[in-house]
Design a protein around this ligand. Structure first.
Ligand code: BGC
Length: 755
């Protein structure tokens, strides 16, 4: 049964690779719907059409929104907070406006609605798309019960720079992992699609390149050439839109090579509509049409509206430029009414597809039945459990043996911080429903173990005096083991929360050192929105579990891992740098002309007066080498795994073949556990220089202690295609290498050819 599951995972990777996902596409053309759209459009005044393109935030009490809704001046409302408010707003639009066009209520439901799942970066660490899909489904069921039919998720931005706070909101640095996770979320949100009342339209964002913000500073410019855009940044969007039917797309804030996405007609027309066949709706990011002025791309608001509409943006989020200027622009012949009509068609199509015309209201009782229901809490707990990455476990300190620990000292600002552990973009999850590690420890082991709690620091940036730290050491010395929970408050990552220093904030490093001085076994949990630079902190702990921000059920999940009810199985979805100066650092960098070989002389060994070329003329940093702290795909377990007998079914493949890679995976330790097996490929010679390795498939495989199993990956050769020198996407024949391993830095290459 388990084998079947693992193989299915591999198979779904193969299906995805082949671009033949089974989920519904939004572009299923329905002539009946198109007729209804034309019929309605024919009855609309210019003002009503413009109203549809206008998205407003529900700042006001619903009564104050009445007038704008009755006049048809709004097509979508963000942030209506309860089912009652959603129904009331909808009534103004449906029952009291001239044409009765429903609004679409939207919200940032990013990693759960009430039941909060780990932040998306944590979800990516599970390498478990089925579970991620379940999480998105749970979010959709809860959010649609509150009248929310459109979420601004998944965020599909590739992020190679952890200074960028929004790295928390995506799936990390890898295009394939981001593609798989984005597809899972899209499917989960949209459920059975058209006609399903729990279908919440997904929004593939931020289109595109936003994660490459220069210097890791949010909203900053990006400079991604078209080939890199197509090979790295666009694929997750293409999959979500083309094969999973994402109903909407959001333009990003950044300009790329000088062109802000919100006015990029090449991107929105040629790529999205013409190449990918998208017939859904495009929305701006918050005021990003208005910000064309600040970009120095539009002269004024009217110009901004003109540029966005003509580039292919259908709906304006909160800049009011469409509402205020489109009528004049049409009158002055600067945009055509046809351009407006096309935008309105896309908006109405979304509303028809969501069934809003037939069923605009929600049952206000439904929320009480679905929010925090057992099924959702169980999935959130499983997701938190699978997302934690064990980075260190010296002396096999973990798992704790409850029969040997009489007294456990728990310390650190995140041990009992329910709000913080939900992480960024948590608008609706409640601290009162969130279970912290401390609460879960007391609940599960409180009758057997004396749980001594002294946070020392009230929050992650807090500082402690030497006396307070000394007192902690003394207290720890009286315990049998110490659990330290440190990291980042929720507000330190996410939008506009970028950092130049990625060390633990405040006195957290000193706190870890104080715990260490007790001489007792120390296990540390880090909850954070990004990979932090923790090289120094590893010295102050035996074990380290990296939990990202684990959400509502983080506490019980982590306690299960601490006590060995389950073994950690998460893997790093992003490279962990040693120091900030190594950033950007990602495993799938191109082959350079002078790759570092490990023989370089570092600063500490550099003699005074060393000759110009004596240190090694390769690609490394004198003071930080070239190795990251942890590579992509890395994570330990309470057991050990061995890969052997890795074999390909052939030596040479045709372009339409499927590569079958079989291997034996053995659990060589004494605990049942799950391994994330990963398949990487290198294209040795191309028309352009290619990445040193690229993830192409992965599978979670459960193995009993001592069990061995043969596993097979299927990789369609077509998945080796890339956009080459001539800007065509194809597989270039020649020599390749392939690895099957437990992370991106392990294993031996196996050669094969494509003819
Ligand atoms: C963010 C988007 C978000 C939008 C609506 C913007 O500031 O960039 O990701 O969906 O606000 O809240």
């Amino acid at each position: 049964m388990k084998l079947k599951f693992s193989l299915l995972t591999a198979l779904s990777a193969a299906l995805l690779a082949a671009g033949c996902s089974t989920s519904p596409r939004s572009s299923q053309y329905d002539p009946e719907t198109e007729k209804k759209i034309e019929n309605l459009l024919g009855q609309m005044t210019l003002e009503e059409k413009i109203g549809q393109t206008n998205q407003l935030s529900c700042y006001f009490v619903p009564e104050e929104m009445a007038q704008v809704l009755r006049s048809g001046a709004v097509g979508s409302v963000l942030n209506a907070l309860t089912p009652e408010v959603a129904n009331q707003l909808q009534r103004y639009a449906v029952e009291e406006s001239r044409l009765g066009i429903p609004i679409i209520i939207s919200r940032d439901v990013i990693h759960g609605y009430k039941t909060v799942f780990p932040i998306p970066l944590g979800q990516a660490a599970t390498f478990d798309p089925e579970l991620v899909e379940q999480g998105a489904r749970a979010a959709a069921v809860e959010a649609t019960a509150a009248g929310i039919r459109w979420t601004f998720s998944p965020m599909l931005d590739i992020a190679r720079d952890p200074r960028w706070g929004r790295i928390a909101e995506g799936s990390g640095e890898d295009p394939y992992l981001t593609t798989v996770m984005g597809a899972a979320m899209t499917r989960g949100y949209q459920g059975n699609g058209i006609g399903d009342p729990t279908c919440m339209a997904a929004c593939a964002k931020h289109f595109v390149g936003y994660g490459a913000a220069e210097g890791g500073r949010d909203y900053n410019s990006t400079n991604i050439p078209e080939r890199l855009l197509r090979n790295v940044y666009l694929p997750p969007f293409e999959e979500s839109v083309r094969n999973c039917g994402a109903m909407t797309v959001m333009t990003s804030f950044n300009d790329n090579d000088g062109v802000p996405s919100t006015a990029n007609s090449w991107l929105l027309k040629q790529v999205l509509r013409d190449e990918w066949g998208f017939d859904g709706m495009v929305v701006t990011d918050w005021n990003s049409a208005g910000e064309l002025i600040a970009h120095g791309f539009a002269a004024d608001e009217a110009d901004a509206a003109r540029l966005s509409l003509t580039a292919g943006v259908d709906m304006d989020m909160m800049s009011h430029t469409y509402f205020n200027h489109i009528a004049d622009l049409i009158r002055d012949g600067k945009v055509s009414e046809k351009q407006l009509d096309d935008a309105v068609r896309n908006i109405l199509r979304l509303k028809f597809r969501l069934g809003l015309f037939d069923n605009p209201y929600v049952d206000p009782e439904l929320s009480t039945r679905v929010n925090y229901c057992e099924e959702h809490l169980a999935a959130a707990r499983r997701c938190a459990l699978e997302s934690a990455v064990l980075l260190q476990n010296e002396n096999r300190v973990l798992p704790f043996d409850p029969s040997k620990i009489k007294r456990l000292l728990v310390t650190g600002p995140l041990a009992d911080a329910p709000y913080e552990q939900m992480g960024t973009w948590t608008f609706d999850g409640e601290a009162s429903h969130t279970v912290t590690p401390l609460a879960a420890l007391r609940e599960t082991y409180g009758d057997r173990i004396q749980i001594d709690y002294e946070p020392v620091l009230a929050y992650s940036r807090d500082t402690a005096t030497p006396a307070e730290l000394a007192a902690l050491t003394a207290r720890a010395a009286r315990a049998d083991a110490v659990l330290v929970v440190v990291g980042e408050e929720a507000i330190l990552s996410g939008e506009a929360h970028c950092l130049g220093d990625l060390n633990l904030q405040g006195s957290q490093r000193e706190l870890m050192a104080a715990a260490r001085r007790s001489g007792k076994p120390v296990a540390t949990i880090i909850m954070a929105g990004r990979p932090l630079t923790i090289a120094e902190d590893l010295k102050n702990t035996d074990a380290l579990l990296y939990a990202f921000h684990p959400g509502t059920m983080g506490g019980p999940a982590l306690v299960d891992l601490l006590f060995g009810v389950a073994s950690p199985s998460g893997k790093t979805p992003v490279t962990f740098p040693m120091v900030v100066g190594q950033i950007p650092i990602h495993y799938n960098h191109n082959m350079t002309g002078r790759p570092a070989a490990g023989t370089e002389t570092l600063l500490k060994d550099t003699p005074v007066g060393a000759g110009q070329t004596s240190l090694g003329c390769t690609s490394f940093l004198l003071d930080a080498g070239f190795h990251p702290l942890y590579p992509f795909g890395y994570g330990l377990s309470y057991t050990t795994f061995e890969y052997d007998e890795i074999a390909l079914d052939k030596q040479e493949y045709a372009a339409d073949d499927t590569i079958r890679v079989s291997f034996r995976l053995s659990n060589t330790g004494d605990r049942d556990a799950t391994e994330v097996a990963q398949l990487y490929v290198r294209d040795l010679v191309g028309s352009i220089s290619r990445p040193v390795k690229e993830l192409k498939a992965f599978a979670r495989i459960d193995l009993k202690a001592g069990e061995s199993r043969r596993v097979e990956f299927e990789l369609p050769v077509g998945q080796l295609a890339f956009w080459g020198l001539d800007m065509q996407k194809r597989v270039e024949p020649g020599a390749f290498q392939l690895w099957v391993a437990g992370d991106s830095n392990s294993g031996e290459p196996i050669p094969f050819n494509v003819k």
